[in-house]
Structure formats: structure tokens, C-alpha cells
Design a protein around this ligand. Structure first.
Ligand code: FAD
Length: 380
């Protein structure tokens, strides 16, 4: 849903005259709660008006794309489909169905890989040989860094909200200069970039963030913080390619491990976690923020996930599914990848257990966050 750095859009416009844009629901979007649906719908409506202003037809459908396309084909002939590749298993199954449909009906299908910083084909290793652990992945990437330039916008366009947020964070406030120190903050809007919703909805490409960062480093300041934002974008790529490699396994309770996984299906404790009614006021505040806004900071996500998995002993996939419904920046690869990682059944065999009491002391020393998001009758 962007005009700039969008290879799918650029190629489609270069090669065709009569184009219809289709936005279809993924199965995951059907599972989304109020916040993500609203966010996606707002993003879509603004992209739609931008295209309609240029005279294009834009359709939105509640059907998944393979279902939509086979019905649509009965009423209208077309010879090509252009789409953007996804990384996670369920979305890739849909893409396979579209491939089959195109083959059967002699339609050309062009699908572009543009959701990551480094495209799949530009990785310095094959997917089979992708390093298992993040640090090895990062080191190999950094050794032969190959980030392509941005694809220019095919026509002039209004700056979207994702670009506005990036400009605010980098150029207007220079908050990027202190990103490394502030990124674990939980209460202030500029503590971290808040770019994830825009990146995941596709309004902003990670490459755009990278090139703006480089420009800032060349023209204004280069320090540990500017590097750290790039470092976090590599985590994003890592989880995307991890998901591409391991497919449906990252969604399974046992994860990538064959060892026994002891957990309880304790619905009462799970309900308490979901609704911010556990014995831990820090966890409750995080869950209250999530339930009321669709957002939680990275520090909060790590703590509530650790609490669910290691303190309550509940199946990690329950927590990941709850996040899928609630987070408005939900991304299948990043969400399930991070949960799996924290459960110790992914690429880090050491289960990541956080001492949530200590974490609250470090990251919310004055209790401001807990006070702001407190549950009724809790925390003075
Ligand atoms: P910043 O700190 O400003 O980071 C900049 C960008 O780097 C982020 O927008 C994101 O794209 C990337 N990034 C940062 N941290 C991570 C990380 N741990 N893993 C991968 N990429 C990262 N992120 C999502 O976008 N969608 C999710 O559904 C999601 N679920 C998560 C679930 C759990 C249990 C955990 C621990 C993390 C999850 N994350 C998810 C990663 C991270 O929490 C968010 O990307 C981050 O909090 C978004 O805020 P920001 O854009 O201000 O991040």
C-alpha cells in the first residue's frame, strides 16, 4: 500500500494500460480484532483515494485472493496478475493456489519480493544455509551488505503517514540520535520509532528507512543509535527469512524442538493474563495497554510473553494467538518468530525468562507506566 519503492506497482504500470487494483482479505486479517481491522481499513482507504485520483479502479474484497480471482475470472478476462510475495506459511499457501489458477488459465503471474531490507535473492547465502542464530545471520549479512536503491515512485504523490512518521523521527525531532538509549522506554511516543504498523501494512519499505538513515548519517550524525535502528531492521529480516525457511513449524506448539514441552492448558490463568488480572502489576499494565490501544512496547511484549510461558507455564501459542488478534502492528513472521524465540523452542535454545519484578524496577522505576495503565483497584 505505497506508491514509492513499490516494484509490483512500478512493473505493472510499465507493462499494462488497463489495470484493476484488488485488495483482498488474508485469513490472518479475518482473525484480526478491532484495532488492526480499523488500521488496515484506514490505510487502504487513503491508498485507494490516491489511486482513484489517478483514474484507477480499486476493488476491496472480503474473499481471500484465490477465491476472489476464480470468481472474478468468470466475469472479466485478464492476462496478468502482479502481486507482492509474502513470507509466512498461510499466505504462501494462498500464493500457491494463485499460481495453480494462473497456470490452468494461461495467465502470467509476476510476484515481487519487497518486504525486507535485503531481498531473498540478494542474501549472501541460500535459504537452506541461512544461519540458525541471529548473530551469525547478522554478521554474514553485514560482511556483504547488499541493499538495493529505492524504486522511484511512478507518479507524484502525497506523502503517506508512514513517511511522515519516519520524517518526524529522523529529521524533525532527531529522536533517532538517542534511539539506543530510549528504545526500551514504555510510555513516551518517541521512545522508539513506532514504524512497525507502517512497515507491516506496507506503507513504508524497510529499504526506505535504511536509505533515510544513511542520508542522516552522512548529513547530520552517525552514532550507536543510528546503527541500532539498522540492527533492529536486521532482526526483522531475520524473522521473515526464518519463517520462509521453517514454514508451518513456527506456528506449532513444539516449535523446532523435538524435546518434551511441559505446559498447562490453564484457561483461568490465561484469562487473567489476557485481561490484566494477574498478581503482577507490571504485566497487568502492559496487557491493559494492549487491550485498550492495540499497542505494546517491545519491552512489554518480552515481559508478558515470558510471564505467560515461564511463570504461568501456559502454552506459548495461546499468547501468540492473542497478540494476533489484538496487536494492530501484527505481523505473522515477527509475532510468531519472537514468541517461539522466547519459548526456547526456536533458534535460541535458552528459554528467555525475565524477572518481571526487576524489569519493572529498571524500565518503570517511578511506576509511571504502571500507574497510567493500572487495572482498577490496583497500584496506588
Ligand atoms: P523500534 O524499536 O523502533 O524498532 C524499529 C523496527 O525494527 C520495528 O518497527 C521492527 O520492524 C523492527 N524490530 C524491532 N524489534 C524487533 C524484534 N524483536 N523482532 C523483529 N523486528 C524487530 N513486531 C511487529 O512488527 N509485529 C508483531 O506482531 C510483533 N510481535 C511481537 C511479539 C513478541 C512476543 C515480541 C517480543 C516482539 C514482537 N514484535 C513484533 C517485535 C517488536 O516488539 C516490535 O517490532 C516493536 O516493538 C515495534 O515498535 P517500534 O516500531 O517502535 O520498534
Amino acid at each position: 500500500m505505497r506508491i514509492s519503492d513499490n516494484l509490483t506497482l512500478a512493473r505493472c504500470l510499465e507493462q499494462n494500460q488497463d489495470i484493476i487494483f484488488v485488495f483482498s482479505m488474508t485469513k490472518s486479517l479475518k482473525r484480526a480484532g478491532h484495532f488492526r481491522r480499523k488500521f488496515m481499513s484506514d490505510c487502504f482507504n487513503s491508498f485507494k483515494s490516491e489511486l482513484e485520483d489517478r483514474g484507477f479502479t480499486v476493488l476491496a474484497t472480503e474473499y481471500c485472493f484465490p477465491d476472489f480471482i476464480s470468481t472474478f475470472f468468470q466475469t472479466r478476462t485478464f492476462n496478468s496478475i502482479y502481486c507482492t510475495q509474502e513470507y509466512s506459511w498461510e499466505e504462501r499457501q494462498e500464493e500457491l493456489l494463485v499460481q495453480e489458477f494462473c497456470k490452468k488459465n494461461d495467465i502470467s503471474l509476476q510476484s515481487f519480493d519487497q518486504g525486507t531490507l535485503i531481498a531473498h535473492n540478494d542474501l549472501p547465502f541460500s535459504l537452506e544455509n541461512m544461519p540458525f542464530v541471529f548473530t551469525d545471520f547478522r554478521k554474514k549479512i553485514e560482511l556483504e551488505l547488499n541493499i538495493k536503491p529505492i524504486i522511484p515512485a511512478p507518479f507524484s504523490h502525497v506523502q503517506n503517514l508512514g513517511m511522515m512518521r519516519l520524517n518526524h523521527y529522523i529529521w524533525k525531532t532527531h529522536a533517532v540520535q538517542t534511539y539506543k538509549e530510549s528504545r526500551n522506554g514504555m510510555l513516551r511516543f518517541d521512545d522508539s520509532t513506532k514504524l512497525s504498523p507502517w512497515l507491516n501494512a506496507g506503507l513504508l519499505s524497510p529499504r526506505t528507512v535504511y536509505h533515510e538513515l544513511k542520508k542522516y548519517e552522512n548529513e547530520v550524525c552517525e552514532n550507536d543509535s543510528t546503527y541500532w535502528l539498522f540492527f533492529e531492521l536486521l532482526w526483522r529480516d531475520y524473522f521473515k527469512f526464518f519463517s520462509l525457511k521453517y514454514g508451518h513449524r513456527i506456528f506449532m506448539t513444539k516449535g523446532l524442538s523435538s524435546s518434551y514441552y511441559s505446559h498447562q492448558n490453564d484457561t483461568k490463568n490465561f484469562e487473567a493474563w489476557c485481561t490484566g488480572k494477574t498478581s503482577d502489576s507490571f504485566i497487568n499494565a502492559c496487557m491493559n495497554e494492549l487491550n485498550q490501544t492495540g499497542w505494546m512496547s517491545n519491552r512489554g511484549r518480552q515481559n508478558v510473553a515470558s510471564f505467560l510461558i515461564h511463570d504461568l507455564g501456559i502454552n506459548w501459542t495461546w499468547g501468540a494467538s492473542y497478540f494476533e488478534e489484538k496487536l494492530f502492528d501484527y505481523d505473522p513472521d515477527l509475532n510468531w518468530g519472537n514468541w517461539l524465540y522466547l519459548s526456547g523452542r526456536g533458534s535460541d535454545p535458552r528459554a528467555r525468562k525475565f524477572n518481571t519484578i526487576k524489569q519493572a524496577e529498571i524500565y518503570d522505576p517511578q511506576g509511571e507506566y504502571r500507574q497510567f495503565w493500572r487495572s482498577p483497584n490496583e497500584y496506588p
